[in-house]
Design a protein around this ligand. Structure first.
Ligand code: HPA
Length: 276
């Protein structure tokens, strides 16, 4: 953790030294879900440029960042993310979240691809997260985060901001984008769940399952950011249909949801009310 704190500081210093604008909002898109926003591009580059450890892209993850000026202000947009299953620690997995927060961002908005645990959610559905289960077996606050980042035992009662959820709901309703609500189970991956695990997750109260998001949401809450996450359902969870899961299906569902995501996120990121 301690060397990562120094590396974060040096990434922040080098951003500032380049005279780059400071973001109010961090936007992260999941597997095959990159969005093209109407915005002025202030800067762009490879995510690797910001990271002090190697992060190899996986299929469907372009792994770039853009610094955008939108109607809501300056947005640091990560087109792709790093995952713990690439062999990273929890602190490495949330490096980019903390980087954006230390540059001054107050909001974290993300998408992810997820499997449906509740068969009420169907492939292509957008699901606004209300809460999560962290079943990854790790936590980004392990070790000694600097006390000025936030409390040792941060409250997670409203980890998914009511204000941001209301804003997303408002824009979804206005533009007639169907938006379900659900609870996300974060699993370590990278193997998909077994049918027994999907049944377990349903018993625990999850309605969707994926391999990202929860660590970033914990780190962001710790640093005082408001979070909102939309899952794009890419498949029914293992065992709900008698067919094997594959990554191509995940990417295809992302393509089918692309227009609705674009409409919703275009509206939200363009809204000056996003930055409270
Ligand atoms: N399980 C876990 N992660 C996923 C899934 C799934 O079914 N689909 C997309 N990401």
């Amino acid at each position: 953790m301690n060397h990562l704190v120094a590396e974060l500081q040096s990434a922040v210093d080098s951003w500032r030294a380049k005279g780059r604008a400071l973001p109010q909002t961090i936007l992260v898109s999941g597997s095959g879900l990159a969005i093209d926003l109407e915005a002025e591009v202030l800067a762009q580059g490879e995510l690797q440029e910001l990271l002090p450890f190697p992060a190899h892209g996986i299929v469907g993850h372009p792994m770039e960042f853009q610094l955008l000026r939108t109607g809501s202000g300056v947005v640091l947009y990560y087109r792709g993310r790093v995952h713990g299953y690439q062999g990273l620690t929890a602190a490495q997995t949330v490096f980019l979240t903390r980087f954006g927060a230390l540059l001054g961002a107050r909001n974290l908005i993300m998408t992810n691809a997820a499997g449906a645990v509740d068969p009420q959610h169907q492939p292509g559905d957008l699901v606004l997260l209300e809460d999560h289960l962290n079943l990854m077996g790790k936590n980004p606050l392990e070790g000694d985060p600097p006390p000025e980042w936030g409390p040792r035992f941060p409250d997670m009662t409203v980890a998914y901001s009511r204000r941001l959820r209301k804003l997303l709901r408002h824009h979804a309703d206005q533009r007639q984008v169907p938006l379900a609500e659900g609870i996300y189970a974060g699993m370590a991956g990278p193997s998909y769940e077994t049918p027994a695990e999907v049944r377990m997750l349903a018993t625990l109260g999850a309605t969707v399952v994926g391999m990202s998001t929860v660590l970033e949401v914990i780190a962001a809450n710790h640093l005082g950011l408001e979070c909102a996450v939309v899952s794009v359902v890419s498949n029914l969870g293992a065992g709900l249909l008698d067919v094997p899961l594959d990554h191509e299906e995940v990417l295809e569902a992302g393509r089918s949801a692309a227009a609705r995501l674009q409409t919703l996120f275009g509206a939200v990121l363009g809204d000056a009310d996003l930055v409270g």
